[in-house]
Design a binder for this molecule. Structure first.
Ligand code: DX5
Ligand code: ZN
Length: 215
């Protein structure tokens, strides 16, 4: 399967969000990655359901929402109502992760779990069969434009192996520091989705960057 590029709106010009969404809409990227930060789980604050709802009419691309918030259960229906197609919560933010995953699916969305760089992939073993997506953080979450943490490659290989052994079908998404230099290797190593913020919106020609990252 060819990999999916999910441009992250976090690196777009927030004064021109509509243009950024329209650019993704006409690009080769099938997904739009939306980073929600609460200033508590991560040091930064980004945007919430109101902004997602406002941009929802601008495109039919898949809204891939990444919640970097504490107590995400409180907001599952809010993000569904705002137009999220896929919702990922952090392993480190969920006391009852299995329940949270079921609640996301019951709300009609695809369920994902994101893990921080320090969290071993094997901690997901007992929920793998319930998941639509695992988000491997390849930077410490909170900011765009950070450097890819090389140890992520080992975790990616291990997770791809687990997927095979357990005969599960979840998508593997790599998030953080994805660039022209590492995209091909990540895809070859089992990543289905590559989030790209700075390597898309930080370039003079974001549409061309999406095209090159997709190859
Ligand atoms: C980081 C976010 C990422 C971020 C990626 O906390 O989860 O999605 O936007 O940005 P880049 O691609 O610039 O590392
Ligand atoms: Zn993200």
């Amino acid at each position: 399967m060819a990999h999916i590029i999910a441009p992250s709106l976090l690196s777009a010009d927030f004064a021109r969000l509509a243009q950024a969404v329209e650019l993704v809409d006409t690009s080769a990227a099938p997904w739009l990655h939306l980073d929600v930060m609460d200033g508590l789980f991560v040091p930064n604050i980004s945007f919430g359901p109101a902004v997602i709802k406002a941009i929802r009419p601008l495109t039919r691309k898949v809204f891939d929402v990444h919640l970097m918030i504490t107590g995400p259960d409180r907001y599952i229906t809010a993000f569904r109502d705002a137009g999220a197609d896929r919702l990922a919560v952090h392993y480190e933010a969920c006391t009852h992760l299995h329940r949270t995953i079921q609640a996301i699916k019951a709300a009609g969305m695809k369920a994902g779990v994101a893990i921080n760089p320090h969290t071993p992939v094997h901690l997901l073993t007992d929920v793998l069969a319930d998941l639509d997506q695992v988000v491997l953080m390849s930077v410490n979450p909170g900011f765009g434009g950070q450097k890819f943490i090389p140890g992520t490659l080992r975790k990616l290989n291990a997770l791809a192996e687990m997927r095979h052994i357990h005969e599960t079908t979840f998508l593997i998404e790599v998030d953080g520091g994805v660039s022209m230099e590492n995209a091909a290797l990540l895809a070859e190593s089992g990543a289905d989705v590559l989030v790209a913020g700075n390597s898309v919106f930080g370039t003079p020609d974001p549409a061309a960057a999406i095209h090159m990252l997709s190859a």
